[in-house]
Design a protein around this ligand. Sequence first.
Ligand code: BES
Ligand code: MN
Ligand code: ZN
Length: 494
Amino acid sequence: MEFSIKAAAPEKHKTDCLILVCFASGEPGPQLAAIDAASNGLLGKLLKRDLDEKAGSLLALPTLPGTAAERVLIASLGKRAEFNDKALRSALAAIGKWLASSKAKSAALCATDLIAGGLALPATLRTATALLMDACYRFESVRAKPEDKPAGPARLEFVLQGKSDAAARLAVEQGAAIAAGQSLARDLGNLPANYCTPSTLADTAKSLAREYKLKLKVYDREGIEELGMGSFLAVAQGTREEPRFIVLEYKGGKAKDAPVVLVGKGITFDSGGISLKPGEGMDEMKFDMCGAASVLGCFRTIAKLSLPINLVGLIPATENLPSGTAVKPGDVVTSLSGQTIEILNTDAEGRLILCDALTYAERFKPACVVDIATLTGACIIALGHHTSGLLANDDDLAAELLKAGQASGDRAWQLPLFDEYQEQLKSNFADMANIGGRPAGTITAACFLSRYAKAYKWAHLDIAGTAWKSGADKGATGRPVPLLAEFLLKRAGL
Ligand code: BES
Ligand code: MN
Ligand code: ZN
């Protein structure tokens, strides 16, 4: 979908679909008022009769006399007194969903009315662009024939009453870049594990590196052995599929600027290993690389925007399978940090690959490190599917990420990393066990990681509940690309 901004009188604007928003009560915005007048008050009457109050309710008119548009779609912003960011997002999500299945080839959204509730224009345009583009995402790369109907209009214009400025245009560009990153993350997540292997993740990094002139180093099994990543290798030893350790660098900042390091869990299929998972729903463990996918997605966003920051992406990638060569419960392995680990459960494999990547991160002398992982089922029990878990060894970094989540509508919530929980990782045979028992599973997993992240400011995002949806809408969400993109935009001073 191509986005642009246009100054035009909405009633005279030619488009396949004119989109308007309105509050359930009070004065209409100037653009809605203009269309109402052009229709001789018909629009107002129809809205009063047929549009529900709730934010996100829609009324689609196949035609409206007095306007140049083929169709008109009106979305409710809810009650004016209750208007907020969430109401705006509900309305935009509903519009996006409608557009995705409509036959309109072009659409024009009256954006002056969109900010009648008092939100800033640039922020609103950024949100609208990202949300509408994401709503028209479609995955069909493993179907024999693609659908012949396009997913959503090819062009979307934001119609403004006055002239647009550079800030508005930049905001649209940013929204489109966020959606492009999110769409890459969704594509990789949705690909089945026989298509998306560790090598596929490395190839994706390679094409990003080629397109945006990034620095890339990819280690194979032998290279990972030479690095000394004994913990990562313990997970990889059960599969014949080649593991990869991906190191991607974007240098948009000054040479001496300390980089932000993103570490993404890249388990392309998690069977649990010898501690085999139950069969039901096991297909969803193809999504266990969504942390890695979000890192690659972020690189796409950040490189598209040429952000003035330095960014490093680290992705340990492997399958977790049972076999005659697989690691066994009770085995003790030595991590890159030198600390030894008793693997009591081979299904707690995410932390085993991440810990070595966290140690590797030290060499970049990072400004901060954020790891992103579908790490624990316990996080779904704690926070469900709406909110990512956040744990950190630095309160300012945690606050920064929480704020980015709030601003992007891709929210996280902090859980404590109190010392008391570390005791659950005690092992009788090694420096630590890889599991901490049933209580506080998300916290003990983060406690494990924290032992490898002492050299820098570090935060961990547990996205087990937010990275994909189950049921009828099964599929990757591309989260937390919006949160991370917002975080990095703010770091870049934008
Ligand atoms: N990838 C899973 C976590 C997961 C489970 C994400 C379900 C989304 C849905 C992770 O590798 C795992 O298996 N974790 C175990 C840890 C346990 C053995 C301590 C879990 O959560 O059960
Ligand atoms: Mn597992
Ligand atoms: Zn896993």
